[in-house]
Design a protein around this ligand. Structure first.
Ligand code: ATP
Ligand code: MG
Length: 168
């Protein structure tokens, strides 16, 4: 049984993440998705709760054809212990898929195999760009899977993001 691990904040989960996971699904038997900074929500860089992000990801991956475990992981803010923190919360895995230099370094030191997936349309497909589009009232819906549009509408996420970006 080969399991792959993929971590992000997924604020929100978008088509770049989906493309990466579709590729990972071809290479492993099961996927573990870590929802990072799980404790954060309701701020402009992290508008959605861990539970809302779990909903987005789980619904978007329903037809992936590869079992996926979606696990919220709170920040530890102690990098030297972070891999142990992650592995204490997840099923065992063989490969970590990431392009983040810090995550690569920490997993390398823990002697866990790393693979760096390619970036898909990084200019448009980034959480930062999508949050900005929501704030500007531009088309963000085409950047995320339809299930994510559904979740964000269900929780009135556009209005939440606009409200929390205002000042008093
Ligand atoms: P933010 O701008 O909020 O940081 P993000 O788009 O970088 O959002 P994250 O949740 O930070 O998304 O990233 C999770 C993982 O997904 C990271 O390893 C990141 O490199 C990767 N990733 C982000 N965008 C893409 C993309 N367009 N194609 C492939 N991988 C991506
Ligand atoms: Mg990022």
């Amino acid at each position: 049984m080969r399991r792959g691990f993929y971590i992000g904040r997924f604020q929100p989960y978008h088509n770049g993440h989906q493309a990466v996971l579709e590729g990972i699904a071809e290479e492993v038997d099961e996927i573990i998705i870590g929802v990072g900074s799980a404790q954060l929500s309701h701020d402009t860089q992290n508008p959605f709760t861990a539970g809302e992000r779990v909903l987005m990801i789980t619904r978007a991956l329903k037809d992936l054809g590869c079992p996926a475990y979606v696990i919220p992981i709170e920040d530890l803010r102690r990098n030297a212990l972070w891999v142990a923190h992650v592995t204490s919360m997840t099923p065992p895995f063989d490969i970590c898929y990431t392009s983040n230099p810090l995550v690569i370094q920490l997993f390398k030191e823990a002697e866990i195999t790393i693979k760096s997936p390619p970036m898909y349309l990084r200019e448009t497909l980034s959480g930062t760009a999508i949050r900005q589009k929501i704030l500007n009232g531009e088309d963000w819906e085409s950047c995320v899977p339809p299930e994510v549009v559904e979740v964000i509408h269900e929780i009135d996420g556009e209005n939440r993001l606009r409200t929390i970006s205002e000042t008093d």
